[in-house]
Ligand binder design. Structure first.
Ligand code: 48H
Ligand code: FE2
Length: 261
């Protein structure tokens, strides 16, 4: 059968618009497709919630691909291995308590499981603001990353979501926007973003999980963004905290959604 460029073009346009029309009213919008965001997307979609992930870059997976300093292996502590096993990532015991996984296998498998569970990922889309109402955050404001990179003055579009998860890693971009728009109102000790502290792997992994929580009405933080929001230290290329944080935020958001009228 001869191929027709017009049909190829129409197929892409039709399918993309079908996909994006389907996510204009979400239960949960996840910002950032790193390990925390991907696990959260997988868990919430598996639990039947309508969820989508928005990623600024063309590539998804966040800081996982390069392992530590471009040595593409990641370390995962024993307590978090079950998350990788559940998602089908192979782990290898290194020494008691410490496991390793191939960084490329981990990034690609988490991505695949997230999408196949029903959480589509919109890449090359940057979240630049939130939709705010007196009761809290009710959505995201998004634009093409290419528009931002080109420095074009083009207004964004908006997506409704009953809950938003900031999983933007070190940048903590959604929380930063909220802090700028409504200063001093975050549920942190100072009311503002506390900022990430220097490396202390053990404390950081513990605190990542503790700091995974709501930070403003309708807004939850996960992964590295949780640590930056509440002032936890960084941990280096150990990823168990990110995976467990993704799982925990999904549980918190699920319970929050169930509690809404
Ligand atoms: C859309 C955005 C925006 C935006 C950012 O950095 P990530 O991998 O984040 P986590 O928290 O899942 O994992 C952190 C981990 O990778 C890490 O850096 C560790 C463990 N560091 C320890 C240390 O000591 O350094 O992924 C975040 C994703 C990225 O892909 C960004 O491109 C994306 O979020 N993102 N997407 N709109 N405004 N901002
Ligand atoms: Fe990092």
């Amino acid at each position: 059968m001869p191929l027709d460029e017009r049909i190829i073009t129409k197929a892409i346009i039709d399918r993309y618009f079908e996909k994006i029309r389907g996510i204009l009213n979400l239960d949960a919008a996840i910002v950032g497709a790193g390990p925390a965001g991907l696990v959260a997307g997988y868990c919430l979609a598996s639990a039947g919630k309508k969820v989508a992930v928005f990623e600024r870059k063309l590539s998804v997976g966040g800081g996982m691909w390069g392992g530590g300093m471009l040595f593409n292996e990641i370390v995962v502590q024993e307590e978090a291995c079950h998350v990788l096993e559940e998602l089908g990532v192979s782990t290898r015991l290194y020494q008691e308590g410490y496991y390793t996984a191939d960084a490329v296998e981990t990034a690609s498998t988490l991505t695949s499981r997230c999408v196949k569970a029903g959480a589509p990922i919109f890449n090359a889309l940057s979240v630049e603001d939130v939709v705010m109402r007196p009761e809290g955050i009710v959505g995201l404001v998004v634009n093409w990353t290419a528009v931002n990179m080109a420095g074009l003055h083009v207004d964004p579009l908006a997506i409704r979501a009953r809950a938003v998860i900031d999983a933007t890693g070190h940048d903590t971009e959604v929380v930063s926007v909220v802090q700028k728009k409504v200063p001093g109102r975050l549920k942190t000790p100072s009311g503002s973003l506390e900022g990430e502290k220097s490396m202390w792997s053990d404390e950081a992994e513990r605190l990542t999980l503790e700091n995974t929580r709501d930070v403003f009405p309708g807004l939850f933080v996960a992964g590295m963004a949780a640590n930056a929001t509440f002032g936890g230290p960084r941990m280096g290329p150990i990823f168990g905290g990110m995976l467990l944080s993704g799982k925990k935020v999904a549980e918190l958001v699920f319970a929050y959604l169930e509690s809404l009228p």
